[in-house]
Every structure is written in C-alpha cells, then in structure tokens.
Design a protein around this ligand. Structure first.
Ligand code: NAP
Length: 509
C-alpha cells in the first residue's frame, strides 16, 4: 500500500485549543474522516462502531459474486493507494482487507470503540452529549455521522416466509454455515446484488431460480484481472496510481453527466445496454428481461456475465409475482410451487435511514425526525440547521449514483475538517447552517432534479417519500467545487460564548 502524506500545513498548533471529535461508524467514510482529521493535527478523535470489526458494507456483505462495480484504482483513498489490486473490479473480500490495511497502517484501531452503539446524541451547552446502548455517557465538541447509506437490510413482507423449512438469509447477512453447493437456491431481487449473486451462484448450486419483480438494464463491462507484473510496477511507479485514479475519475465524471443531463452521453449508454440485452437469444426470455423504463433510471447494473448466467439450463427466471412461501418453497400467484432449499433475499436496504435509529437532538430540543418530517435534507449534503457542530458523510443528496464513494468521502471529510480547524483557531464555538440557506440549497436541488435520468419514471431506492430522487442532481465535479469553496459567511449561524470568545459573548458572527 502506498501512503502519501496530505498537503496540510499545520503551522504552530501548540497555542490552539484541541477539539474532541466523535465519529459514528468505522466503515469506508468513518476511516477516511478520522485519517483526514489526524493529518490536520486534530488528534482527539474516537470512532464508535457498533460491530466488532471495521469495514461497514464491506464487512457486512460477503455473498458469493460480490465485487465493487467501480474500478478499484478509483475506489480507494488517494492518500493510501494500493498497487496490488487483483482485478479491474476487485472482489468484496479484497476491498475489506484494503480498508483493514489502511486502519493498521494509520494505527486507527486504538481509536475505535468496537461493539459500542451510540443510541442518543444531544447538543447541550455547545457540546454533544453521547449515550451508548449500555448507558455510558461522553461529551465531545464535534459529532460526525459516518453511518453509511445501505446499512439497514430491507426484509420483504412475504406471507409465510417464516414457515420455510430450508435456510433463509438476506444478502447482507450471508450465512456461511449454509452449504449451497448442488442445492436448489431461490434469489429474490434483481438489483446490483441479485445480479452479482446470480453470477456468483450459477454453476455452483444445483438449480437457481431468480424471482424478478422488475427487470434491470445491464451494462456489460468485463472484469479482467491484473497481470503479476502490475503490482511491482505500480509499487515502483506510484505516479501510475495517480494517473489511473484521475483517468477513471474522468470516465466517471463523463458517465455522471449522462445521469444528470439529457443528451448524447445518455443515448450512448442506453444503446450499449440495449445491445447487451440483444445477446439474450431466446425472445421470450429477452422480453421478460426487458425493463419498462429508461436505462439508468435505477442504478445501472454493471455485469458482463448476467445474461450468460440467465441462459444456463440450470437457471430459471421467474416473473410471476410471489404469493406466499410455504415449507417446501415459494408459491407464485399462478399457483406454482417453486421448491427450493435456500432462499436468498436480495431485497435491498432502507436507504433513507441515514444515522437513525440513533436519536439526534439539536439546539432547542429539535429532533432529527422533526427536521426530516418531509424527508432527509441537508445543507451542501453535510450539515443540518439547528444541529451545530454536527456533520455527515454520505448525507442526503450526496452524489452516490454510480460514482466512487471514496472520492465523495474525501471531499466531505476535507470540508468538515476545514470547519473544525476554524473552531480550533477560536473563530467560533458552534457552527450550523441557517435554515434559510438550507432551504435555498434544497430548492435549487429540487429544481435540477427533473433533468436527471432518475426522474424519468421508475421506482428505486433513490426516491424519497415525495417521489423525488434523493441524489445530487449535478456532476460530482460540482459537488467538489461547492464543498471546496470558501463557505458563504451569511449562510451559517456561527456563535461564540463568553468562556472562549476573543470577540464577545454569545453573538452570531
Ligand atoms: P435494490 O437495488 O434495492 O434491489 C432490491 C431488489 O429486491 C429489487 O429488484 C426489488 O424489486 C426486489 N424486491 C424487494 N422487495 C421485494 C419483494 N417483496 N418481492 C420481490 N422482489 C422484491 O438492492 P440491492 O440489489 O441490494 O442494491 C442496492 C444498492 O447497493 C445498489 O443500487 C448499489 O448502489 C449497491 N450495490 C453496489 C454493488 C457494487 O458493486 N458496488 C453491489 C451490490 C449493491 P423492485 O425493483 O420491483 O422493487
């Protein structure tokens, strides 16, 4: 792993006050946040992690066929590039060990409180009071939520599921004690996970039935492995890592424009998906696999092997709706019993939970559920009005549509660190965006959403309860520009208190 130090000038920090910072979550974004703070000389950092291991989604998801559909040379931190990736899209286990390696090399483990769930956080006397599930209380200056987006598995409400005599598991809770080799496996769900599962399980299991409620568009990108020479060459020439990162970033910026602007890019990707669908030889199967919405309206599935797997004689596509489950298998509405030994629920996640069920209480006892009564909203994706000294990574409307989340996390972590450095310099005691600024930003977002492909008429986990996508409706480039720009002073409620103020007392500045 190549470690680069960040370009952060610390100057003489001895005279500065030291903030205490709590990060919730030791997944990809929590790790990024902690390292960014440490690099800026902010050392009183604790990560609270409710599980017993780091990694978040890469710890939880261990299903067969799992890989990241963003190239590994782009899905990695710029400050800890890995010359040794084995594939263009490396498998999940390799990504998990990458993050574990970053944690070790940055000596983060000692800062992580494993098995510790924060259930309640309250802003009191300009500080955050945190309470764990076991009742332990601690107080910090800054609270940062890095709890991930796709964290809470969504279990389908299917009648009789508990009556099934075989094994049932959610894709994000793979039970490795269940032997699927040679057995009859039913997969419910055709998102990115269901598609990867079909590729990972077909040929290994006895029979596979994929229960599809909605068809998906699939872009067939191959996943070549790197040659044995790639790692030593990258190790000797780290510039290749930087070039690779930038090259893929440009490609994904290009791709992202297809998502947020109608035009030739969108048409080109659509044609590639339609051409891929034409590789399905059986017209009846092809018809069943044809979506009734535009390519990319749902998160585009990347897979070179899905249609090949679906044409295997031991794989069946079931499009009749599920009626119920009984002891022997799944019964569809046409009365047919699909006997199986294992049911895999690839039914997705509650993507709108964000930091909840943690109870967040801001200034004047305002709660997160009250603030988000009409759906999750944030200022510039990272901060909330009425919740001072609180920040989020991967918050509402972060640009998560097929872009590298490590890149987004780095941008957000830099932005948050800049605010904490200002606190350290004594510029304020608490900062929160003003409600007016947050409303203005969200009004601009909503005005841009109709241009996006996600709003062209399909259902997906992208949509909030008002039916609008909860995604960034511009390019990821613009997200970077907005977060790297000097914050607009009038958009923030900056307060100082008598005990620390070089300026005065309890005033907005
Ligand atoms: P998903 O995209 O939300 O798909 C869930 C699937 O389950 C859908 O096909 C849905 O059908 C189906 N479903 C839900 N309830 C059902 C029910 N009661 N009966 C029948 N079908 C039901 O979830 P996901 O596949 O786990 O993917 C979620 C996200 O995770 C992806 O969009 C992606 O962002 C991320 N992911 C990424 C990778 C990667 O390589 N980077 C891999 C896996 C996942 P409907 O479509 O009809 O609702």
């Amino acid at each position: 792993m190549t470690m680069k130090s960040r370009d952060v000038s610390l100057g003489d920090t001895t005279a500065l006050r030291m903030p205490t910072v709590a990060i919730v979550g030791a997944g990809m974004s929590g790790i990024c946040m902690a390292i960014t703070l440490l690099d800026a000389g902010i050392t009183d950092v604790t990560i609270y992690e409710k599980a017993d291991e780091i990694g978040g989604t890469w710890r939880d998801n261990t299903y067969p066929g799992l890989s990241c559909d963003v190239p590994s040379r782009f899905y990695q931190y710029t400050f800890a590039t890995n010359p040794g990736w084995t594939h263009l899209f490396s498998p999940g286990a390799e990504i998990q060990s990458y993050f574990a390696g970053v944690v070790e090399s940055h000596q983060l483990r000692g800062r992580i409180r494993f098995g510790t769930e924060i259930v309640d956080a309250r802003f009191t006397d300009d500080r955050w009071q945190l309470r764990t599930a076991t009742g332990e209380v601690s107080v910090v200056d800054f609270l940062i939520s890095a709890t991930g987006i796709l964290r809470e598995p969504r279990y389908p409400n299917i009648k009789g599921l508990n009556d099934f005599a075989g094994a049932t598991m959610h894709s994000a809770r793979w039970d490795h004690t269940v032997d699927t080799a040679g057995r009859r496996v039913a997969v419910i769900g055709t998102g990115s996970t269901g598609v990867q599962l079909v590729c990972g399980l077909s040929g290994e299991v006895g029979r596979l039935a994929l229960f599809q409620r909605s068809a998906q568009w699939v872009l067939p990108l191959p996943n070549p492995s790197y040659t044995a020479l790639a790692a030593p060459v990258h190790r000797r020439l780290p510039v290749l890592d930087r070039l690779g990162y930038r090259g893929y970033r440009d490609v994904f910026e290009w791709f992202s424009k297809a998502l947020v602007e109608p035009g030739w890019r969108r048409r080109a990707i659509s044609q590639a998906c339609r051409a891929n669908l034409r590789t399905v030889r059986d017209p009846d199967l092809r018809r069943k696999l044809t979506p009734d919405y535009q390519p990319m309206c749902r998160r585009l599935v990347i897979s070179a092997g899905f249609y090949r797997a679906m044409q295997r004689p031991d794989v069946e596509l079931v499009t009749e709706a599920i009626d119920h489950v009984e002891a022997r298998g799944i019964v569809t509405t046409d009365g047919r019993l699909h006997e199986c030994d294992v049911i895999v629920l690839a039914t997705g996640f509650d993507a709108h939970a964000f930091m909840r069920p943690m109870n967040l209480v801001g200034r004047d006892d305002s709660t997160i559920d009250e603030l988000w009564a009409d759906g999750p909203r944030a200022h510039l994706t990272v901060a909330l009005p009425g919740f001072p000294n609180f920040f989020m990574l991967m918050g509402p409307h972060s640009p998560v549509g097929n872009y590298s989340l490590t890149a987004i996390a780095e941008t957000q972590a830099d932005h948050i660190t800049a605010w904490i450095r200002r606190w350290r310099n004594g510029e304020f005691d608490s900062v929160a965006p003003k409600a007016r600024a947050t409303e203005r930003f969200n009004a601009e977002l909503r005005a841009a959403l109709p241009n996006t492909v996600w709003a062209t008429g399909c259902t997906s986990w992208y949509l909030g309860k008002d039916g609008l996508p909860e995604l960034w409706p511009w390019s990821p480039d613009r997200h970077r520009e907005v977060l790297e720009a000097q914050p607009i002073a009038g958009d923030y409620d900056l307060r100082v208190t008598a005990k620390t103020s070089p300026f005065g007392t309890d005033d907005a500045v």
